[in-house]
Design a protein around this ligand. Sequence first.
Ligand code: IMP
Length: 191
Amino acid sequence: MADPPPHSQLELFLTSDQIQQRVQEMGAEISRDFAGQSLLLIGVLTGASIFLADLARAISLNCDLDFISVASYGTQQHSRGEVRLLRGLEHPVENMNVLVVEDIVDTAATLSYLRTMLLAERPALLKVVTLLDKPSRRLQTVTADTIGFTIPNRFAVGYGMDFAGYYRNLPNIYCMPPASNWSSLHLGKTP
Ligand code: IMP
């Protein structure tokens, strides 16, 4: 596989300001919906880590944090819909108000797996928030309760999301160009 293009050649999709504004709105909405309650935020590693850090600070309730790591089988850009657990939670979730924090819901295989797993632990409440939602690729009918942005069927990177370990620390969100264009992008050619 050729190296992915430098970030200057990615297609800008959402600026840091747009993301931050929406994260503040989502934090305020969650604070209203769960007023008077405590929450356990569960971030899905690694992609949701940056979103979770910003969202937690936009929520004006008592929040504890935990993280879970899962892997889905498939290629870099296409999940096959099979999920396995890599790292479990540190907190028991029984009787807790749980908010799962996802970077992106794509096929929803991850979300479906996590919902089944967490519901078996009998939380008081289980809700899901995702920054991005790509409804066109669903294999499962589940969806998030709170959605930041609904996006078309493009591969998004930045703000925690990666392609092969690249781009996670970019403050904006970009779309990857099709892989067939990468080498010409490196050379500055029109594809
Ligand atoms: P799922 O297909 O909904 O199970 O998504 C599984 C995971 O694949 C997400 O949590 C992301 O980590 C990753 N993923 C899916 N689509 C994208 C994308 O467009 N950019 C980066 N990661 C993605």
